[in-house]
Design a protein around this ligand. Structure first.
Ligand SMILES: [Zn+2]
Length: 201
């Protein structure tokens, strides 16, 4: 049995933080120590921010985004392009696209990808609500910005089949050579995709 070096409250904090992605027990201990040392600047405001998030955070009934207002800030923003819905697997993907600032459109968060082996069928994802949104006369294009994985791409195929009856263009992100990428370092799949998607100069 490992020797206890701190009281149960601190141990519990370390264990909880260690469950976060990117934080193992070691970095979790470091983070907890840092918070304990900076009680007023860090620990108290963090605890308040967590309480507020618990009280207010909700899944947007329209797009599946997580926010403290409902519908979410993106759905409620009238300056965004109403004709394009960008479909992503997770809220983190939405955040990444927003950080890049490449698009000012609507989003739709699926909540994952199809994975029959893990019991994730179409009913476990926000697909039916997407088909409903695609039928709105305002919507002209659905961009499937899903991961370039086998699961992501088979989910994209499934969704595009569901959208056949809706009067929309279905598109997907380009695949290929990353910005600054050297051909010699690319994997075969990326090279093949880039070759297939070649464009006239
Ligand atoms: Zn929303």
């Amino acid at each position: 049995m490992s020797r206890k070096t701190a009281g149960p409250e601190i141990e519990r904090l370390v264990q909880l933080l260690a469950r976060l992605p990117g934080l193992g027990p070691r970095s979790s201990r470091k983070a907890v120590l840092s918070m304990l040392k900076r009680r007023n600047e860090l620990l108290v405001p963090l605890s308040e921010a967590l309480q507020q998030a618990i009280a207010k955070i909700a899944e947007c009934p329209v797009c599946g985004n997580l926010d403290t207002v409902s519908p979410c800030s993106i759905c409620a923003d009238p300056r965004r392009d109403q004709s394009l819905i960008v479909v992503v697997e997770e809220v983190g993907d939405l955040w990444a696209l927003e950080r890049a600032g490449v698009v000012s459109a609507q989003y739709h968060v699926l909540g994952g990808h199809l994975s029959p082996l893990d019991g994730v069928g179409p009913d476990k994802l926000n697909i039916a609500s997407l088909v409903g949104r695609a039928r709105s006369p305002d919507v002209k294009e659905i961009l499937l910005a899903l991961n370039a994985t086998v699961e992501g791409q088979s989910t994209a195929h499934f969704i595009s089949d569901q959208l056949v009856s809706a009067d929309v263009t279905v598109s997907r992100l380009a695949q290929g050579v990353p910005i600054g990428g050297e051909l010699d370092y690319l994997d075969d799949g990326t090279l093949a995709a880039a070759f297939k998607a070649r464009r006239k100069l």
